[in-house]
Design a protein around this ligand. Structure first.
Ligand code: ADP
Ligand code: ZN
Length: 177
């Protein structure tokens, strides 16, 4: 059997990568709920999402008093070190999130942040590229590129389409798939 650690390990201790490289996310969530959230997250379910590739984790609510569901991207997280799973986050978190983030980082030595750093992996799944032939080619932040995981060309269905028509006026052509 596995030798048990003598002292309780930090939840991001190197040793965990060997003891338990592919942890059971539900069991881990129950443990963290108990350890960091006063058991208040019993209405939250955690699931692997086999096809989500645009971000590492998302959270959805069913409304007042209902379930909250957290989905973790299997393609983005499965092959990464365990500590990235423990520290998974999503941008767009507010001050309340940051307060708890700081509290848990202090208590356990984690490095939970509000910015995730899986951009390389996210890009791996964005294999459909279009480039505009207009002046936005030279403009920050996109330089005329649209990169998507799905083969959905830029069109009037995009919320930014009208703005692009007005400020650039160029045409998008598929350059990679
Ligand atoms: P996501 O990146 O979440 O998949 P979309 O693929 O729908 O979102 O659109 C985001 C992309 O659209 C950006 O990465 C960029 O390439 C392009 N885009 C967004 N806003 C503009 C804009 N105002 N002008 C030109 N291109 C834009
Ligand atoms: Zn353009």
């Amino acid at each position: 059997s596995q030798p048990r650690p003598e002292r309780p390990l930090s939840i991001v201790d190197e040793t965990w990568e060997m003891l338990d490289p592919n942890p059971d996310v539900r069991a881990m969530f129950l443990q963290f709920n108990d350890k960091f959230f006063w058991g208040k997250l019993s209405g939250v379910e955690v699931k692997w999402s086999p096809r989500m590739t645009l971000c590492a984790g998302v959270c959805s609510y069913e409304g007042r008093g209902g379930l909250c569901s957290i989905r973790l991207s299997e393609p983005l997280l499965k092959l990464r070190p365990r500590k990235d799973l423990v520290q998974v986050d999503r941008d767009g978190h507010g001050p309340e999130f940051c307060k708890h983030m700081n509290r848990i980082n202090q208590a356990s030595g984690t490095n939970i942040t509000i910015y995730h750093s899986f951009h390389d992996e996210v890009d791996v799944y964005r294999q459909h590229w279009w480039r505009c032939n207009g002046p936005c080619q030279n403009r920050k932040p996109f330089f005329g590129y649209v990169k998507r995981a799905m083969n959905r060309p830029p069109s009037a269905r995009d919320p930014w389409w009208a703005e692009h028509q007005m400020t650039c006026g160029g045409t998008y052509t598929k350059i990679k798939e």
